[in-house]
Ligand binder design. Structure first.
Ligand code: ADP
Ligand code: TRP
Length: 327
């Protein structure tokens, strides 16, 4: 039986946080372990060039992001894990896709509009064509399903359009791609719970998977709960969600009941969330430290992953070259 193909990526722009985990990475691990799919997961280092990060930090962060994916449960025996720039075919297909994509469609992309505001002094062409490279990442492996958080849906929809534009102009070749959401498409910031938890907001807004228990506790102490709105306040909803995902069901039920009858104490809720998250990621922290102390092992995994991905990517590029007439 042919297994559906799953492709997803993450930029090496910071350590993994609970939003990345619940919105994407946990889903990747579950899908991988179901044994029902062929999986490609990669570090989108070329995409990260659209931002302002210095080269040394990028070099380091590629290693850390790959390490954290492994520590979170990505298994290189089951998933092809690689670094995007190690497979050059991504950029060639990206260019070809640039030539079938109307500018007007890219102008609609909300991530482009948001990022242009965030980095006013660096609105580069890469930032604009970012979703075209993302389509190449996916279609190079004939991806059927793309597990991502809510903010990436528009890019996956554009991927479907790009496949159609290519298929209409050249020859039917690329499949239809769909996004795959988790049951938690959006975790909110601790300090501004009306915004999504994102590393670009700053350290106090996010809980990183690698955070030590004391750090988690300190960050939660400052978390915004209910100034008004009671249990429906977004900060409280968010903490309850984290408790539901990371604590034993009994503990969650106790707080859910207390919330209903009005006896809930937010200090206790924060403490329970802190304990649950610290315990849940205890093994992760150990695996992460172990992997970071063995860089050769990581390098071998990433080289093997790129070699495997390249075989598929080269076949696609050869087919595409024939269709567009560069070969
Ligand atoms: P960040 O916003 O922190 O820079 P990324 O853009 O690198 O995060 O996101 C990587 C993956 O994690 C994407 O699939 C994205 O949809 C998901 N993701 C990021 N933040 C959240 C969040 N707060 N809630 C749910 N999913 C998220
Ligand atoms: N744009 C994605 C993000 O910011 C990262 C990414 C790049 C990606 N290429 C991809 C995700 C291909 C899924 C598939 O999170």
């Amino acid at each position: 039986m042919i297994k559906p193909i799953i492709v997803s990526g993450i930029q090496p722009t910071g350590n993994l946080h609970l939003g990345n985990y619940l919105g994407a990475v946990k889903n990747w691990v579950d899908l991988q372990n179901s044994g029902k799919y062929q999986m490609y997961i990669f570090i989108a280092d070329l995409h990260s060039l659209t931002g302002n990060m210095p080269a040394n930090r990028r070099r380091r962060q590629i290693i850390e992001t790959a390490t954290e994916l492994l520590a979170a449960g990505i298994d290189p025996k089951k998933t092809t894990l690689f670094v995007q720039s190690h497979v050059q075919e991504h950029t060639e297909l990206g260019w070809i896709f640039n030539c079938v994509t109307p500018i007007a469609e890219l102008e609609r992309m909300t991530q482009y509009k948001d990022k242009s505001q965030q980095q006013e002094k660096n609105i580069n062409a890469g930032l604009f064509t970012y979703p075209v490279l993302q389509a190449a990442d996916i279609l190079l492996y004939h991806g059927n399903l793309v597990p991502v958080g809510q903010d990436q849906i528009q890019h996956v929809e554009l991927t479907r359009d790009i496949a159609r534009w290519f298929n209409n102009r050249f020859d039917n070749y690329f499949p239809e791609t769909k996004h795959l959401l988790t049951d938690v498409p959006k975790v909110m910031s601790l300090l501004e719970p009306e915004k999504k938890m994102s590393k670009s907001l700053g350290a106090g807004h996010v809980i990183e998977l690698a955070d030590e228990p004391e750090t988690i506790e300190q960050k939660l102490k400052k978390a915004v709960t209910a100034t008004s709105g009671g249990g429906n306040a977004p900060g409280v909803r968010n903490l309850m969600l984290l408790l539901q995902k990371f604590s034993a069901p009994k503990i969650y039920q106790k707080f859910a009941k207390a919330e209903k009858d009005g006896s809930i104490r937010y200090g206790d809720l924060k403490q329970a969330v802190g304990e649950a998250v610290s315990v849940y990621f205890a093994d992760f922290r150990i695996r992460r430290a172990k992997l970071l102390s063995n860089p050769n092992k990581l390098e071998k995994i990433l080289t093997a992953g790129a070699n495997k991905a390249r075989v598929v990517a080269q076949k696609t590029i050869n087919d595409v070259r024939k269709r567009v007439g560069t070969q």
